[in-house]
Design a protein around this ligand. Structure first.
Ligand SMILES: C[S@@+](CC[C@H](N)C(=O)[O-])C[C@H]1O[C@@H](n2cnc3c(N)ncnc32)[C@H](O)[C@@H]1O
Length: 399
């Protein structure tokens, strides 16, 4: 029994659970909350009999945010599953399996689950289980049993791998990377190697980097010196994933308050639509960036106060990470360059956005406004003369 006797929300609980120390944690949990809802709705409408959410490193299911309790990802999954689209899926199965190396955190998870059930009401088709193991052991035992169960019963798995550092057990993840019934979301803890790789002295630290990024340590250090580190480690993670699977890999960064990349959310899925879900839901977290864009000055790139670390010189455009992934002004610039001189049907335009690595479809209204006002693109709405909406990129932009 934990110190707080599992009285959810008591003073011991608030003092004992992890404090939210940076905004990025909330951004991540908010993203996961939205993504889990979008994922199970997509999956369950496409013939699956159930969904299985596995959080390999689940923490307590709640955090202390300046003295208030704030729900962690697993708690958001519990609530979302118990509410299950207002009862739309009573014939489907919802399973949650959580694991953490810290036994007190696992006790908190039990307590959080009991509280969610008492608040929302028990549902016979929503099942919860928890484990207390090292993640590598967990992946090879309980998680693999869950995967096989999902494969046999036509459930879809979302495995969440969310460490505190850049340690990724690729061999443990391999069955999930290969399975047709599993998607993975992992947080690639970028701020660990970008800051820590040159300080790594112990064999253990060197082994961690070498195994995560798939190169001998000395080579890793040498190569990481030659280009922007964020860019380099992101490429290494993609290379590691491609050793196991040809699934779609989509990603987007979560920032700390100084606009440095804290981690990338990396999503690995067989379904191309997963990229669309990731882009949409990450953009919702960062859409306020548009307010920071300086339209009146005609400046294309906001965040001019960014530190050199965040300035990704690898990109020909020389744009900050935050603008590259989340700024409608930057998206409009990319789109304008791509279609310059052409008349483009809406369907072609939408297909381009859908397939684009980072431009989110739900930024379309902001992008349209910027295309019109800054790039002098004519956007013709659907009417009886035009048959469909189209974009005219032939006009010259006023420099
Ligand atoms: C970033 S937190 C997870 C947050 C959680 N997924 C969420 O979104 O609410 C990382 C967790 O990993 C756990 N952890 C650290 N090393 C671990 C290991 N080797 N095996 C399992 N869990 C571990 C820590 O106890 C901590 O609770």
């Amino acid at each position: 029994m934990s110190d707080c006797n599992n009285k959810y929300g008591c003073i011991e609980c608030i003092e004992r659970v992890s404090k939210i120390t940076h905004k990025g944690t909330k951004n991540k949990i908010n993203f996961m909350k939205r993504y889990i809802g979008a994922w199970y709705n997509k999956v369950l409408r496409n013939g699956y009999e159930g969904v299985f959410f596995i959080d390999c490193m689940c923490n307590a299911g709640l955090y202390n945010d300046s003295g208030e309790l704030f729900a962690g990802t697993s708690q958001e999954a519990m609530k979302s599953f118990l509410n299950q689209g207002n009862g739309a899926y009573s014939d489907k199965i919802f399973k949650i399996l959580v694991n953490d190396i810290d036994s007190n955190r696992v006790l908190c998870q039990e307590c959080v689950w009991n509280r969610c059930v008492s608040d929302i009401g028990a549902k016979a088709n929503v099942l919860f289980d928890s484990k207390n193991k090292d993640v590598s052991d967990f992946l090879r035992t309980d998680a693999i049993v869950a995967l096989r169960e999902a494969e046999q019963n036509n459930y879809h798995v979302l495995l969440f791998y969310d460490p505190y550092n850049a340690k990724i057990d690729w061999n443990g993840l391999a069955p999930f990377l290969k399975s047709k019934k599993a998607d993975i979301i992992l947080t690639h803890f970028m701020s660990d190697p970008t800051r820590g790789i040159n300080q790594a002295k112990t064999e253990e630290a060197k082994k961690k980097y070498s195994e995560t990024y798939g190169l001998p340590f000395e080579k890793l250090v040498m190569e990481s010196e030659t280009i922007n580190k964020t860019f380099f480690f992101r490429q290494r993670v993609k290379a590691q994933i491609s050793k196991f699977t040809s699934k779609y890999v989509s990603y987007g960064p979560i920032f700390n308050s100084k606009n440095r990349v804290l981690y990338d959310i990396v999503l690995i899925s067989r379904a191309e639509v997963s990229r669309d879900l990731l882009k949409r839901n990450l953009y919702l977290e960062y859409r306020d960036i548009q307010k920071e864009d300086d339209f009146t000055q005609g400046t294309l790139f906001a965040f001019e106060s960014i530190s050199p670390d965040d300035y990704n010189s690898q990109r020909a455009e020389g744009v900050s990470e935050k603008d590259y992934f989340y700024s409608p002004t930057h998206f409009a610039e990319v789109i304008y360059k791509h279609f310059k001189g052409q008349i483009v049907l809406n369907s072609t335009y939408n297909e381009y956005i859908y397939k684009h690595e980072v431009i989110p479809p739900n930024a379309n209204r902001q992008i349209d406004t910027i295309l019109k006002n800054q790039f002098h693109v004519t956007i013709v709405a659907k009417n009886k003369h035009t048959k469909g909406k189209y974009y005219d990129f032939r006009e010259k932009r006023n420099e």
